[in-house]
Write a protein that binds this ligand. Structure first.
Ligand code: UDP
Ligand code: MG
Length: 316
């Protein structure tokens, strides 16, 4: 039987400090696995338009190691695009997706491989069971996000799920067939289906460099996730519209009766202002929600490529 090839896809954005640690650390695990399971590895780094020396570093590593491949983007396209490029270029029978900062412990790889090598699972994925080392306010909003999106979307988004996972070739091909421009990986991984084994672990802090996620970026990312995997917000405006019609009918009846009984003195200017402000708010909110979907539709219809590669060493 031919040896299985495992591709390890690593998106990198300004990770010159982390990559040396990463390679050193992960090689400990992979060399054990090569012995134990009779498999081969390739490392596929995707440089997502880094501004530091990440690209140069990758070229050097690739020169010295035949199992190091790289794709270098023409600019920063975001982690989702980098993941897509990595999956596209990976040749492995199994493909691992992991971060460069060692927050995804390489020690989980053997366990993942044991799950996917049997035909029972097509994916083995890591799930954080705590959020230690994270600002409490961020954890709070993260938990709320998972609650909301799971209520309004048919696609299950697992709380604490990392992108760190090993997948079979079938699953990777299924993911690649989803060539949408607005990519929300957590949703895509779940949408394609297949059996996933969840492995739990405790949060670890990054070895070097710093996180690329500000609170605001995460917030925008969560809105993208909701828009990509649920159309429920679109129903909000019709729902509010129905409720408001109902209330206004009752109020109209009330006003008619009151006028007949007590005449019609002019009054209630402040309450008018409140009502107008409230309704304008509702209208703008509904318009905004529709705008979000329109914007995504607009971007999809342009059919722009998900990433543009400057160079790679993947065919050779
Ligand atoms: N990353 C990327 N492009 C970006 C932002 C991040 O390729 O625009 C990579 C980054 O280099 C890292 C991974 O995505 O390997 C996760 O990023 P980070 O560690 O900053 O996120 P966190 O672990 O804090 O969620
Ligand atoms: Mg990280």
């Amino acid at each position: 039987m031919e040896r299985n090839l495992i591709s390890i896809v690593v998106p990198c954005y300004n990770e010159e400090k982390a990559i040396p640690f990463f390679l050193e650390e992960i090689r400990k695990t992979t060399s054990e696995m090569i012995e134990k399971y009779d498999v081969d590895f390739e490392f596929l780094f995707v440089d997502d338009g880094s501004r530091d020396k990440t690209a140069a570093l990758l070229r050097t590593y690739a020169k010295e190691n035949t199992d190091v491949k790289y794709v270098i983007f023409s600019r920063n396209f975001g982690k989702e695009a980098a993941l897509y490029a990595g999956l596209e270029k990976a040749r492995g029978d199994f493909v691992v997706v992991m971060d460069a900062d060692l927050q995804d412990p390489p020690s989980m790889l053997p366990e993942m491989y044991e799950a996917v090598m049997t035909d029972e699972y097509d994916a083995a994925a890591a799930r954080r069971v705590d959020r230690k080392g994270e600002p409490p306010i961020r954890s709070f909003f993260a938990r709320k996000f998972y609650k909301i999106i799971n209520k309004i979307s048919q696609t299950e988004i697992v709380d604490g799920a990392r992108d760190y996972r090993m997948m079979s070739r079938r699953m990777v091909d299924a993911i690649l067939s989803m060539s949408e421009y607005n990519r929300f990986s957590k949703g895509i991984f779940s949408w394609v289906g297949f059996n996933t084994k969840w492995l739990e672990y405790k949060n670890t802090e990054r070895v070097a460099g710093e996180t690329k996620w500000s609170f605001w970026k995460l917030f925008k990312y969560s809105i993208d996730g909701i828009v990509a995997f649920s159309t429920a917000p679109l129903a909000i405006s019709s729902f509010l519209g129905i409720i408001l019609c109902f209330i206004s009918c009752i109020m109209a009846g009330f006003v008619v009766v009151k006028t007949l009984a007590f005449g019609d003195p002019v009054a209630g200017y402040p309450s008018m202002v409140c009502i107008i402000l409230f309704l304008s708010g509702v209208i703008l909110l509904s318009l905004g929600i529709q705008g979000q979907y329109l914007a995504k539709t607009y971007m999809e219809t342009k059919r722009r490529p998900i990433y543009i590669s400057r160079e790679d060493n993947c065919d050779g």
